[in-house]
Structure formats: C-alpha cells, structure tokens
Design a protein around this ligand. Structure first.
Ligand SMILES: [Zn+2]
Length: 486
C-alpha cells in the first residue's frame, strides 16, 4: 500500500518537474491587453479555424481591422489552420512566441484585394554554381522599376524594395516586396498578368533555350494606372503604345534540380487566396526564417509608438495598403480575358459597360445612388481594400458632387462603401475637392432585394412604387414601406 502511494507520488513529482521545465523553456507570455490610453492598439480578436472560408466569413463579421493568416502545424502533412486577428495583436504574440506554429505563419492574400507588388525568387544552388543570386535580384529590380516607370509613370528604385532572404546552402530563396509611392496593384491576378507580359521573353527561353526569341514585342495593351487625375489627363499619363527591342532576360534563367530550364521568378504565386510566408517565419520543419537580406536597401520610416522591427513586419505585409484619394491603382488585364470582356460588352446589354464587383447587390445600390435628374451613372471601376474592408467605386457619367452641390464639368466622383460599418460616403476626383480632403457625411447603406433594385433601375423609382401599390391593392396585402428608400 505504502509502496503504491510512493510510486504515485513519484509520478506526480515527475509530471510537475516536466511542466516546470517546459515553462522554463517557453515562459508564459503576457496577454495582449489594449489600453484606453493607447488608442492605436486594437481590441483583441484571436480566433482559429480549420477552414479558410470559415475564417474569411468570421473576419467579415468583425468590427476591427482583422486579417486571415495561415499557420503551418507540422512538416509531415503541411496541414494549415487559419487565424483571424489584427496586425497589432499578431505582432504582439509573434515577436515573443518563437516555438509555436505562429513561427510558420503565412499571410492569406484575399481574392480581389488591392495589394503590393511581390516576388518569390528561388533556385537550386548545386545546379547553378555560377549564379550570383544577389546580382540577379539587383538586375530584376532594375528591370521591373523600368517597366513600372514606362507603363504606369511611377518612379521607384532599390530603396523602395524590401528584400527578405531565407537562403540555405542548398537553395537561394528570397521574397521582394515593392513599396511603391502612392500606388498599388488592383489585385494579385493583375500582378501575374503584368509579370507574364514582361517576362514572356524569359519564359520562352526556358521552353527552348537555343531558340531565337522574337525580337519585337508589342506593348500596346491594357496595362494602366488608374490615377485620381481628371479623366482627360489620366489617359495621357498611362497607356503608352511602345514597341521596341526585347531586353536580355537570360539572367533570369536557372537550372532546375534535373537540369531543366526554369525561371528565377516563381510565376505561380499570383493566384486566389495565395498564402505568402511572413517576415521572420520559417516553413514547418525548417529553422531558416525569412529575414532582412544583406543587400536589402529599404528602410521603413520611423513611426511613433512602434519599433523598427514592427515597421519591417508591417511593410512586408502584402495587403497592408490603405485607401487614399491619391493612391494610384495599377491594373493589367489578361489579353485573353480583356478580349472576352469586350465581346461581352458588344454582345450583351446586361452589364451596360459597367464593371461589376463580387457584390451584385451593393453594385445595384451604388447604381441606385448615382441617379439624378435623368442622369444614370455607371461603375467605371471598383477596387477592394481588404485592410479597411472598403469597396471603392469610380463612377462614370454621373458627376454630382455633394461638396459643391452641383455636378462637376469633367471630374468624376467616387462612392465608398464601408463594409464593416455598413455605411457609405462620397469622395471626389476634383483637385479642389481633393485638396479639401472632402468626404461626405456617412450614411447607412441598405441592400434591397436584387429584383426590386433591377425594377427601380429599369422603370424608375416612382413607377416601381406605383407598380408595388397596384400589386398590393390587387392582392390586398399591406403596402411595403418604401419611403426610406426615396
Ligand atoms: Zn467634388
């Protein structure tokens, strides 16, 4: 009996010792507690999901600026769990917890979201003994900066590119994140189109190393920068129809493990909901983290109440792009899709030349808003800012500005839908309104059933009401209260 008790006691003692040593190895981290005296600290949100869709659905219901991150649990099955939190809270735990799956963390780049230009570069070192990775990175940055200047009129240089490295003896590996001044891409699909277009000569070289690459490429197509300049000026600054000699892109060709030709730039990372590894994270089962490269020239601006490390972290986040009047949105359509779109426009009246967002009810609401004095506005373009959950619509034809109480002659207006606060407001491209940083008062937006919206758009609000009254009288049902919509 005594012996049995003694053994139990020994076992418990062993358990406690193990627990104590594990706390010693990994001390408990203080909890994230935002303080009222520090308004820049967001209220806590920390929720894990097994499925990405569940995480995005939850994120949509949060009032804070939350984002979805993927965490790699272990190297064996590469299974990922999804975390919804704010940048501030993630950074709070991320900088401290270095033995958990937080250290194998990926940013999930939401579909359709405005984002920074980013690159994933790699090659297998034993098969490329002669290759000078740093020089290749420098040459690539120079080439891309030139293309951005030529096609969007935006200047950038080595100092605007955050260079993160996670190379090993086996593999050269780095991420580049372009921090363009007042410009970002419409979404990562447009980045893919932009790169495939300009790196095409190199792609051809990988297919047939000794083949003669066509000497001339036409660059007439649809790469454009949506500026906030008056539309008359906008066209001048953007599309340039130039055709000139192919640049020598042979420096981008590397040997694969089995001797096949490959591109140094991974063009497979511009897909929907792409997971992109975070600064200071490593792949599960690997200790090499993405860290500032020796040849990195980007240094973030110091920010009050934030350390330089946090600023590097925030700079590295692909979707950390805030909406502003002066932000240029860069787009590059896939030539095939652009052709299909134009056929659509010719062949169907259903979209009337508008660009619809993934939220048809909201699009219809916006079209409903931009209708006055027999002028029906259209949606010239829309952009989605995941950081603040904003849908920004550039309106065509309808120029009524609440700031001046009349229509502008040539400058267009914007309707901004705040999905989180469920309200909307008007902004303006007019230089005077922009200088005043004009923003109309926020109003709640309501989403009518699509059928009612379509009816209002096609026969007008008054006729819709008459029709509804008639139908109600006929069926003796109460008249729907439409006054709030008028
Ligand atoms: Zn205005």
């Amino acid at each position: 009996m005594l012996l049995c008790l003694f053994r139990k006691w020994e076992e418990r003692l062993k358990d406690i010792e193990e627990l104590a040593s594990s706390y010693k190895r990994r001390p408990l981290c203080p909890r994230y507690k935002p303080q009222l005296s520090k308004p820049w600290q967001a209220t806590p949100v920390w929720k894990l999901f097994h499925r990405q869709t569940q995480a995005f659905n939850f994120a949509k219901t949060c009032k804070q600026d939350v984002h979805v991150f993927a965490l790699e649990k272990n190297a064996e099955n590469k299974q990922r769990i999804y975390l919804v939190t704010t940048y501030t809270e993630l950074w709070f735990y991320y900088r401290t917890y270095n033995e958990t799956s937080l250290m194998h963390c990926y940013e999930v780049i939401p579909e359709e979201a405005v984002c920074k230009l980013y690159f994933d570069l790699e090659f297998y070192i034993p098969a490329n003994q002669e290759a000078d990775g740093k020089q290749m990175v420098a040459d690539l940055i120079e080439f891309i900066c030139k293309k951005i200047d030529e096609h969007y009129g935006i200047k950038c240089s080595l100092e605007d590119v955050l260079n993160l490295d996670s190379s090993t003896k086996e593999k050269f590996s780095c991420h580049l994140i372009f921090l363009l001044h007042n410009a970002a891409f419409k979404n990562n699909i447009h980045i893919g189109n932009f790169l495939r277009k300009f790196l095409q000569p190199a792609v051809l070289l990988t297919r047939k190393r000794d083949a003669t690459v066509p000497v001339v490429v036409s660059r007439s197509q649809s790469c454009k920068a949506a500026t906030d300049l008056p539309s008359s000026l906008e066209n001048q600054t953007v599309t340039k129809d130039v055709s000139h000699k192919n640049p020598d892109l042979s420096f981008l060709i590397v040997n694969g493990k089995h001797g096949e030709k490959q591109l140094f730039v991974d063009l497979g990372v511009y897909t929907k909901n792409r997971n992109f590894r975070l600064y200071k994270s490593s792949k599960a089962g690997n200790s090499v983290v993405l860290d500032i490269a020796e040849d990195n020239r980007f240094v973030p601006e110091p920010v009050k109440n934030s350390c330089i490390e946090e600023q590097y972290f925030l700079s590295s986040l692909i979707c950390n792009v805030r909406f502003s009047d002066s932000l240029k949105i860069l787009s590059c359509d896939n030539p095939k899709e652009a052709k299909e779109k134009s056929t659509d426009l010719d062949g169907s009246v259903s979209n009337g030349g508008y660009q619809f967002s993934p939220y048809p009810e909201i699009d219809n609401f916006v079209l409903f808003l931009v209708n006055k004095d027999n002028v029906q506005g259209g949606i010239r373009r829309w952009n989605y800012f995941s950081l603040e959950q904003l849908l920004v619509y550039d309106i065509s034809k309808y120029r009524w500005c609440m700031n001046i109480g009349r229509a502008h002659k040539s400058n267009n207006i914007m309707i901004v839908i705040d999905l989180k606060s469920e309200n909307w407001y008007q902004k303006c491209h007019d230089p005077v309104c922009r200088a005043e940083n004009f923003k109309s008062e926020c109003e709640y937006f309501f989403v009518l059933p699509t059928i009612l919206q379509l009816l209002m758009l096609s026969v007008g609000v008054v006729n819709t009401v008459v029709l509804l009254v008639f139908l109600s009288l006929k069926s003796c049902k109460p008249i729907p209260d439409l006054t709030e919509f008028l």
